[in-house]
Design a protein around this ligand. Structure first.
Ligand code: FAD
Length: 385
């Protein structure tokens, strides 16, 4: 069968780009179809945190480290801005401290370090000393610039690997081998990956509806660049984050902490808020976030949610300029139990979805794993899927 491209990728967010890159590394001829002129989805709306510490020790953590190495490769070869920041989980309550100590004890393969309050403030002077018990420091987390990443990867993949890009192209049918755009234009591909993020309705709506995948909306804020080049120096989070990431489920005291947090911060749990702060390449502090699902999602952002996020952040750090310069929200796809969801609605057509809040952290690793387990030498037909 003659094809225009061995691999067609629908969606130019980080997941689509990761699958395109991995296919191209394996010598495939690849095309990426993106609905917008420039990707506008979750990939350009996130913190830019590459966040291995949120992954449970073991295969997930190691997948995050493999993804991180791909970011470092992009920094060296494509000029992508990737900076090591580390992370700091602050404890202001005895149960938060207890969970963090348990986490250090149960994560022997990782270089986590407990800092007492004095040492925390000495290393990171923006952290508030009052009420502080200490913090868990990890050196591994990085930051990238989400608004720049899709364009930089696109340029790199086109120049290095000859990947073809079709911006402004909405694919409305994916009956492999034929991909059809809304304009009626069509291409023949050997296999297709549908990496359409939180769009569950344009392609294969019945399969998405049956999958258990959910849509999740997050509210975000950013300050202006901090004056005088003031540096936060690390990604900062507080105790609410311990209830959010699976990595802390190894800690025996997590249940007690969650019970306490829910009684202390009921409104934060109502809106799924935990608070993170990351400084980007412009010196802005990017702050988030909330988590509202499916029917609770509206186009309108809530000032109450923003206020709750900023109040909590104000207990963790003192910013030289805490004024908010930008607000936005983003939506990602998430599955209640799966870290990534693969569906095969047609032979040769794979939906890759549900990476949730970890796409920047894990997409390259998922792509590597998928191709490693499905690739066969010289295979360009679709039967191997
Ligand atoms: C506010 C927020 C903060 C986050 N923070 C982090 C973080 O710090 N670290 C981290 O690891 N993860 C973070 N995430 C998660 C991460 O952003 C996502 O997991 C990731 O961006 C998902 O990538 P994606 O490619 O699946 O989706 P998207 O980036 O949404 O891309 C999907 C693309 O597909 C295109 N598309 C859809 N349908 C079609 C079609 N039919 N034809 C053509 N094109 C189509 C869309 O236009 C879109 O560009 C965050 C997410 C949000 C929303």
């Amino acid at each position: 069968m003659a094809v225009d491209y061995e691999v067609g990728v629908i969606g130019g967010g980080i997941v689509g780009l990761a699958f395109a890159w991995e296919a191209a590394r394996r010598g495939r001829g690849v095309a990426v179809f993106e609905r917008d002129g420039h990707a506008q989805g979750a990939t350009v709306r996130n913190f830019g945190m590459v966040w291995p510490v949120g992954q449970p020790p073991g295969p997930d953590y190691r997948r995050a480290l493999r993804s991180l190495r791909r970011w470092q490769e992009l920094a060296a070869e494509a000029g992508v801005w990737v900076e090591r920041r580390g992370s700091l989980h602050l404890a202001r309550h005895a149960l938060e401290e207890q969970v963090l100590h348990e986490f250090v004890e149960r994560s022997p393969e990782v270089q986590y370090e407990w800092l007492d309050a004095g040492e925390t403030v000495r290393r990171f002077p923006m952290v508030r000393a009052d009420g502080l018990r200490g913090g868990l420091s990890s050196p591994t987390e990085h930051v990238v610039e989400p608004r720049a990443v899709p364009g930089q990867l696109r340029a790199f993949l086109a120049a290095r690997h000859g990947v073809a890009f079709f911006p402004g192209t909405t694919i409305v049918r994916a009956d492999v081998p034929t991909l059809t755009a809304a304009t009626g234009a069509a291409w023949r591909v050997g296999r297709a990956f549908v990496c359409s993020g939180a769009d569950f309705s344009t392609l294969f709506p019945a399969e998405y509806a049956a999958s258990g995948l959910r849509r999740c909306k997050l509210q975000m804020l950013a300050t202006a660049p901090q004056p005088g080049g003031a540096a936060l120096g690390v990604h900062v989070v507080g105790g609410l984050t311990l209830a959010h990431y699976k990595s802390f489920e190894v800690c025996p005291s997590l249940g007690a902490l969650k019970t306490w947090l829910k009684s202390e911060y009921p409104e934060y749990f109502q809106f799924g808020i935990h608070v993170m702060a990351a400084q980007n390449s412009a010196g802005e502090i990017v702050i988030g976030d909330s988590h509202e699902y499916d029917g609770d999602i509206t186009p309108f952002d809530s000032d109450r949610i923003d206020r709750l996020i900023l109040d909590y952040l104000g207990r963790l750090i003192d910013l030289p300029d805490p004024g908010i310069a930008r607000r936005w929200s983003g939506i990602y796809a998430k599955h209640p139990t799966q870290g990534v969801t693969y569906l095969e609605p047609r032979p040769g057509c794979v939906i890759v979805s549900g990476v949730g809040g970890a796409g920047m952290t894990l997409a390259f690793g998922h792509a590597e794993d998928w191709w490693a387990s499905h690739d066969a030498p010289n295979a360009t037909n679709t039967s191997e899927l």
